[in-house]
Write a protein that binds this ligand. Sequence first.
Ligand code: PLP
Length: 398
Amino acid sequence: MKNTDWKKKGDAVFAGTYSRFPAAMVRGEGCRLRDADGREYLDFLAGIAVCSLGHCHPAVTEAICSQAKKLMHVSNLFYTEPQTELAELLTANSFADRVFMANSGAEANEAAIKLARIHSGKGRFEIISLSGSFHGRTLATVAATGQPKFHQGFEPMPAGFVHADFGDSEELEKLINPTTCAILCEPLQGESGVRPLTPEYLQKIRSLCDKYNLLLIFDEVQTGMGRTGSLFAYEQLGVTPDIMTLAKALGNGLPVGAMLTRSEIAASFTVGTHASTFGGNPVAAAAGVAVMKTMLADGFLEDVRERSAYFIQRLEEVAAKFPQLASGVRGSGMLLALVLTEKGIEHGTDIVQQLFERGCLINFAGMRVLRFIPPLTVSREDIDQLINELSEVLGEVG
Ligand SMILES: *Cc1c(COP(=O)(O)O)cnc(C)c1O
């Protein structure tokens, strides 16, 4: 079957929640994808920052296959080796010493929200998050998400979520009241256009949490797992959260999420307060263990930072060459964006489409920037190829 056949079949059976490229993907290896017509793509989307080790990384595939032959599921009524090992690796390499395992980013954030509420006690339930944030699509996480377009049609939103203007710590402090229990934010906003929060602003948020006895929750679902050049983004910011959530790249494609915290906070999650049937499933956790071990290997993250510096330099050349379309580059590690001018924004969708037709996958994040989230393993040659195609497309558009 061809791409067009898959499109026809799919459009006849799926709920209409997605606008998809007209391609059915059949194979992936490293930074390359292949579709049903045999076309090859250079993938700078990586399943939306998920396949950070590249498609079908051998160590992950091996871990999944060997675990699937041994044991696929037993529920959290029992201990399993992969789940335990993954939790040990996560705690040994972060501020945290306790983990709750989930299956997705939204679920990890739900766990964080519930923990913040139960830990803070009666009458303290309100969570402050930031405008432009993205925290998931379940009702609580969409309520936490500071983008009204995601709320539309689903009101009433669950109570207990308020939003502060991005970057304004004075306004944020004014929102704190006796019912506030936590501040939730992404260290770098991914979905709304790769918008970094400055270390100073994050440090100010940390000090507000300390002053008012609030929990600081970092949503590192997108920024975590090496994406910004360190295992977790908070490590580069001089700010340590009380709770951190992970998902996306944790399983390199298998659904696995995690909520990490310190033991005195985790102690509020007593038996029966929260649970997940699949959370920390042995096969998904085995993938997570393989991902962690690969990323922790000597030189892996250093290498990511080196290639990131090269990628940033190449994107800056593009911005300098097309000032009428692009105004600059932002982001860190392999979470980068070419910021578009007003004129560039008008052409954003078209640029992404033109690149797709040339076999390069990127996206138009927050309808304001071109976002690049390739596998962390992307080579300089792949970066050069992307830059060449991008320059040609921008040349045609502008
Ligand atoms: C993708 C994302 C989520 C939601 O993750 P799902 O696995 O889609 O539920 C939450 N927070 C951030 C920052 C994300 O980028």
